[in-house]
Write a protein that binds this ligand. Structure first.
Ligand code: SF4
Length: 386
């Protein structure tokens, strides 16, 4: 595939696609009995193809720090865990990871950490600038809620996208699970990012204790109302070292509903980038992310966190790939996509039909696209040599 065809493909994706299903259908399809779900999955797969094409965009994730000031009651790296080794990668280590993923043909780096300013907001801005200057990668941040001035500074440094998951659309459930935090604060952060011209991503956990089918439907509809560029969802998996360690997933007796939620999300919000999140593999070992890609997902996020840190960034138990090296994850995704007959997305994989960030490095979008496409054009598929 040539870069020109890639650009054309994205433009075509912006201009076409099925209409979102109405709200009443969201609720009805989430309640589809097992015998009817294959049709929902097939409809979501068709909607994904019509709206965003067959390409699967690779976003390499670097979990650069597990320090967090919050105490979300389900999270394996919550501040209250004193038994956990806390770490923060230094800038050169993060930059090495970014360069390694660029060499593998990955076109976006996702910089993820707990919600803490321990790393330093100015230092993060410098890191983004260096990545934009020294690699062809698009940059996504995922470090929690920050003041508008910080988001602006990061945008000006070249940050293309930012993720802030709302986790549940039910404000009371949100308050119960997130001590000292409010759902509104998350939604306001998304609005601030949007106003700054940063591509926004959010999403939710499926099956939080106390969640109903109505909550799940409302979660999906909130993704649509927010007009998210990226919507990431995954099952709640109780972590034994957290206050919710003994709680069951609200859909525990029907795990296929996790995939059903993803399929309905695609039908309700056809033009979003939707990742096949790692937690699907924790629930369906070895096949979960493949199945997610077959019922609506179009993004895969191989881990480039150094092996030395992976065990300390377990948000939930059974997290896959903890013992793998970064190159293993890159090779694994290539094999999976070959098996599924899906091409790897070329170019940065920006939002479909969205204006891009007004960063002072505004030339980076096209530079990223052409450089990454050029890297991809060196071979039929990126194969990591690490
Ligand atoms: S979910 Fe995020 S903000 Fe909450 S404790 Fe975990 S890392 Fe921190």
């Amino acid at each position: 595939m040539t870069p020109e065809r890639t650009a054309g493909s994205e433009a075509a994706g912006a201009a076409r696609g099925p209409r979102p299903i109405p709200a009443r259908e969201v609720r009805r399809l989430l309640d589809a009995p097992p015998g009817q779900r294959a049709r929902v999955f097939a409809a979501a797969d068709r909607a994904r193809r019509a709206a965003v094409g067959d390409e699967v965009f690779l976003r390499g994730i670097v979990e650069f720090s597990n320090r967090c000031a919050r105490n979300c009651r389900y999270c394996g790296i919550r501040a209250g865990r004193t038994d956990l080794r806390r770490y923060a990668m230094d800038e050169s280590e993060i930059l090495d990871a970014a360069q390694a993923m660029a060499a593998c043909g990955v076109t976006t780096v996702v910089l993820q950490s707990g919600e803490s300013d321990a790393f330093g907001d100015a230092r993060f801005a410098r890191l983004v600038e260096r990545i934009k200057r020294e690699t062809p990668l698009a940059v996504t941040g995922s470090c929690g809620v920050r003041p508008e001035a910080v988001f602006r500074r990061w945008r000006d440094a070249g940050m293309d996208r930012y993720l802030v998951r709302f986790e549940t659309s039910d404000p009371r459930l949100y308050a119960r699970l997130h001590p000292g935090d409010r759902l509104e604060a998350r939604l306001e952060a998304l609005a601030r990012l949007r106003a700054l011209g940063v591509q926004t991503g959010s999403g939710f956990l499926i099956g939080l204790p106390g969640e109903t089918l109505e909550t799940l439907a409302e979660n999906i509809l909130l993704c649509r109302r927010l007009d998210l560029d990226m919507a990431g969802i995954g099952p709640f998996i109780p972590h034994p070292a957290t206050p919710l360690g003994g709680a069951a997933n609200a859909c525990a007796s029907d795990p296929e509903r996790f995939l059903l939620a993803l399929a309905v999300l695609r039908l309700a919000h056809p033009r979003a980038h939707i990742p096949a999140t790692t937690a699907f593999d924790a629930v369906f070992p070895g096949t979960g992310r493949n199945r997610a890609l077959q019922c609506g997902a179009n993004v895969f996020m191989p881990s480039f966190t150094p092996r030395a840190h992976r065990g300390d960034y377990r948000l939930y138990p059974g997290k896959p790939c903890v013992d793998e090296a970064p190159g293993d994850c890159a090779a694994c995704v290539v094999g999976r996509l070959r098996l599924l007959g899906r091409p790897i997305g070329r170019g940065p994989g920006h939002a479909f039909g969205r204006r891009l960030a007004r960063s002072r490095t505004s030339g980076t979008s096209s530079r990223t696209s052409s450089a990454a496409a050029a890297a991809c054009d060196q071979g039929p598929a990126p194969v990591c040599s690490m």
